[in-house]
Design a protein around this ligand. Structure first.
Ligand code: ADP
Ligand code: MG
Length: 682
């Protein structure tokens, strides 16, 4: 018997060329293939009569071929094949385009099952290019619920479907990892059936059960991982921090903190005094002032003789935090250093020495902070900014490196509360639900291409008034997304033809760290007036003089992402705008974008996103740093999520530490889910 981890090349009919195509879908092993779930299904089980066929409704019907197919060339490259079919209820003319071969199988007097769509036009009703199979063949493209797979050019749905059946026959479905009592308690379909049913459902109910099972499994594993993480952290004890007077810190601030900021600092300070490591998520909309809460936490740690590491997802952001924090904290006696990948070896060495000697109390940086060569003399607090950019795996790796230290993760991703509960099930949550006073409402407008000239005029007017402008594009280079504007060419076009007299700069994720820094530096110093960018500027970037955010092809972005982008303006005293450009005509898309014009509340936007696009998108997107949920993006119901979470929590409480085969199997699945950084779970 074949093994699930075997390469798909061991299968018949899969050579290097096919293997490459499958690899582009992320499929390498037999198991990957089995876990390549359909994107959707077409129910072709119901047969109707010709009389019952409805215009524009794809349907299956059984009919006899009345005349042998006749083909004629209309012009070069276009050959029509016509055939008339009938059943007891009526007749139907069928036309095939360029399908002479294939259609030769149709023989007058024989019956076939067809699947196709009737269209009505001036000349009467007819059907073009239906698929068909003979009555005595086993159901292939008709008479079944047909799975429709995510595909890539060169691979047909049928080829994928066939390969999956073959893989299932070779090695069978993955082993059961859900404990038996849980299968029973929650009425969950067993693995032995579910993997067949998701690919070859016998009935809609069969499919529902399979889906339910696979979604349940994914969230069970995920929730169990979080529960284990939490259980492990509460085993460690640390020296409780002494309460420190925060007055000097408050007095050093150029503003007074909001109630929400003070409450969050109080919650953190409480955690510090408990005697075991804090594990807290600080969630607050863009601009709610999370950095100051982090600063207060670092201050408290320092005054307890402990070092803080603050990790940002990008160098730009790390630089910026370093500037803000060193300005505030150094005068208060907290020595700060910066550590990023693009610093020179000498700079890095000096920074690391300051950390290992214990001279520096706050280290701001990128993941370079947690490389092997960085040693802290007494690390007490780890803070990660914009947590969604990291991910659960890194979160675990981090808590390992700083084991026994407090952990504060900060995120502006406004995940709906219901989902946050599940995603951050291992964390306590503080919410900054209030913006600092005097914040401007950012006026948001949705426009299409016909506004281009006015938009350009508006950009010029803002720049002439001394302000700056961001223009965000969905792609870096031409041809990356169909019809999506590419930052590189758009920047050139604007500079050359529209704003030859204004400094236009370009920034994107493929540039080197030092290049990005240079561009960002020039923009924040006001040397560049217009910054054409990709979503690299999505998080954290703070240039108060920028008052206009233009998003090209706004329909390419998720609402929450657009909200983040919008948060890059309105950070200073001046009136700010966000212009969403979209040429979409899809009413749903336009509705979605318009909802953004109406509200600036990140949580409401997230709920809206959830309502309009369905939860699949929240999990489909890798943004949240979640492992990829394959089944969950098929469909998802929150009730099922909650059940899986409850089941996982119970199970971890009762059996999490056991060494039974069942517990081992689950732990190894968890490790697989997170791939790296999961030493914690074995
Ligand atoms: P976040 O990281 O939550 O998006 P920041 O920490 O970057 O927000 O804060 C956004 C801006 O608001 C910064 O310029 C910061 O100095 C300012 N700010 C923070 N707290 C306050 C406050 N209480 N009053 C006024 N301005 C504040
Ligand atoms: Mg921030």
């Amino acid at each position: 018997m074949a093994h699930r981890t075997d390469s798909i090349q061991t299968m018949k009919g899969i050579g290097p060329a096919k293997e490459k195509l499958f690899a582009s879908l992320g499929i390498h092993t037999l198991e990957d293939l089995i876990c390549h779930y359909p994107r959707t299904y077409e129910d072709r089980t119901r047969l109707c009569t010709i009389a019952q066929l409805e215009v524009d409704m794809p349907s299956c019907f059984r009919a006899m071929v009345m005349t042998n197919p006749r083909s004629h060339k209309i012009r070069k490259g276009l050959e029509l094949t016509k055939v008339t079919v009938a059943d007891h209820s009526g007749r139907l003319n069928i036309t095939f385009f360029n399908r002479r071969f294939g259609t030769e199988q149709l023989v007058a007097g024989n019956e076939y099952i067809f699947y196709g769509t009737v269209t009505g036009d001036f000349g009467g009703y007819g059907m073009t290019n239906p698929v068909f199979e003979s009555m005595d063949s086993s159901p292939g493209v008709t008479r079944r619920i047909l799975p429709i797979y995510p595909l890539t050019a060169g691979l047909t749905n049928q080829a994928v479907s066939k390969a999956i059946s073959q893989a299932l026959a070779l090695c069978g479905p993955p082993e059961e990892i859900l404990p038996k009592e849980i299968l029973e308690q929650y009425h969950i379909m067993g693995a032995d059936r579910a993997y067949y049913a998701i690919h070859q459902p016998q009935s809609p109910e069969d499919l529902d059960h399979a889906r339910r099972r696979l979604i349940f499994e994914e969230f069970f594993v995920f929730s169990a991982a979080l529960s284990l993480m939490r259980a492990q952290r509460t085993l460690v004890t640390v020296q409780p921090y002494l309460r420190r007077d925060l007055t000097p810190f408050f007095e050093a601030l150029p503003f007074s903190l909001t109630k929400a900021q003070r409450r969050a600092i109080e919650e953190i300070s409480n955690d510090f005094s408990k005697g075991f490591p804090m594990n807290r998520l600080l969630q607050g909309d863009v601009g709610s002032g999370k950095t100051m809460v982090a600063a207060a936490a670092a201050y408290l740690a320092c005054k307890n003789g402990q070092q803080t590491a603050l990790m940002a997802p990008t160098e730009i952001l790390a630089e910026q935090h370093y500037k803000t924090l060193t300005g505030l904290l150094t005068p208060l006696g907290v020595q700060c250093i910066l550590l990023t990948g693009s610093m020179t070896p000498k700079e890095k060495r000096l920074a690391r020495e300051a950390l290992s000697s214990g001279e520096a109390y706050l280290a701001v940086g990128t993941h370079a902070l947690f490389s092997k060569s960085t040693e802290f003399s007494h690390l007490g607090l780890v803070i990660t900014d914009e947590q969604h950019r990291f991910g659960v795996a890194q979160r675990a790796a981090l808590s390992e490196k700083g084991s026994g230290s407090h952990l504060l993760v900060m995120s502006a991703t406004p995940i709906p509360r219901t989902l946050a509960l599940i995603l951050y099930g291992d964390l306590e949550v503080s919410v900054l639900d209030e913006l600092p006073p005097g914040r401007q409402v950012i006026d948001t407008f949705l426009v299409n291409e016909s506004y281009r000239a006015r938009l350009n005029g508006f950009i010029r007017k803002e720049v002439q008034a001394g302000h700056q402008c961001y223009i965000v594009c969905p792609a870096v280079e031409e041809g990356e997304t169909e019809s999506g504007k590419a930052a590189q060419t758009w920047a050139e076009t604007l500079q050359r033809t529209v704003f030859p007299d204004l400094p236009v700069a370009l920034i994107h994720g493929r540039m080197k760290g030092s290049e990005k820094e240079e561009v960002m530096g020039a923009f924040s110093r006001g040397e560049a007036k217009i910054l054409v960018a990709t979503t690299v500027i999505e998080v954290g970037v703070d240039v108060p003089n920028a008052t206009l955010m233009v998003v090209e092809d706004a329909d390419r972005f998720g609402l929450s992402q657009l909200h983040q982008l919008r948060g890059r303006v309105g950070r200073g005293r001046d009136k700010s705008w966000c212009i969403l450009v979209s040429n979409s005509r899809n009413p749903d898309t336009l509705l979605r974008l318009k909802s953004l014009c109406k509200t600036t509340d990140g949580f409401r936007i997230a709920e809206e996103d959830l309502k309009l696009r369905g939860p699949g998108d929240f999990f489909g997107h890798r943004q949240h740093g979640l492992p990829t949920f394959r089944a969950a993006s098929l469909s998802m119901d929150l009730e099922l999520l909650k059940q899986a979470q409850a089941a996982a929590a119970d199970w971890v409480n009762l059996h999490g530490a056991e060494h039974t085969p069942e517990a081992q199997a689950l732990r190894s699945r968890i490790a697989h889910l997170f791939r790296d950084g999961m030493g914690t779970f074995n």
